[in-house]
Write a protein that binds this ligand. Sequence first.
Ligand code: ADP
Ligand code: ADP
Ligand code: ADP
Length: 214
Amino acid sequence: MRIILLGAPGAGKGTQAQFLMNTFGIPQISTGDMLRSAIKSGSELGKKAKQVMDAGQLVSDEIIIELVKERIAEPDCQNGFLLDGFPRTIPQADAMLEHGIQVDYVLEFAVPDEVIVQRMSGRRVHPGSGRVYHVEHNPPKEEGKDDETGEELVIRPDDQEQTVRKRLAVYHEQTEPLVEYYQKLAEKTDTEYHKIDGTKPVEQVSKELGELLQ
Ligand code: ADP
Ligand code: ADP
Ligand code: ADP
């Protein structure tokens, strides 16, 4: 199964990716997590990406397309994958088609901006695994600690309100056109497009996704 998760920052893509990975056994490809690992490792890519990410802007299409192309070619992606945070621009989506990479499902998570701003203020992440929590809506078992490793949870530098608002503006301008792009593609190909109400509780969204994809 090949899936694209589409939606604004904070719409719940990473949270549901965790569920879909566990349920369907397909790997999550999160370009954001890949970039954050690159920053941590101090690589050239990381150095280039950090400033752009901290400013809430998008990393260049060339870099991202190369990153995803290499990742999709790995053996664990041969039976399917879950794209989380990619594609984010029309050129990125075009690159997938040019490389003959088709998907079975495009799942759009719809959540209003104000809900997102509120959600992001409570987001906590486990850098090692990419597991995501929320201080109120999805708290870890022990405050500030990852459920599986007990390691410290952190606040992402780009989750401060000003940067979140910038990222939402970038989303509306550069990523939202993909809604129509994929709706049109779904009319002409086997790709299915589904819009999901991402404001419902986590378990409810997971249940709907499970029913949709079985
Ligand atoms: P969120 O979880 O809020 O949707 P991500 O972790 O997906 O955010 O992305 C964090 C940042 O990484 C983005 O703001 C952007 O700078 C960069 N990034 C991630 N994916 C892409 C992409 N496909 N194209 C360009 N930049 C990206
Ligand atoms: P994205 O990957 O789209 O940026 P995340 O999955 O990281 O979004 O979710 C952003 C924040 O909102 C996290 O703190 C997460 O725990 C929380 N969250 C995710 N889904 C829901 C939901 N359905 N209801 C309430 N909070 C949610
Ligand atoms: P309140 O603060 O009013 O008691 P909750 O903290 O129980 O509300 O939940 C806040 C929102 O998060 C509600 O929409 C709730 O349904 C939803 N929610 C419930 N369980 C989870 C969960 N495990 N992860 C994310 N959101 C959840």
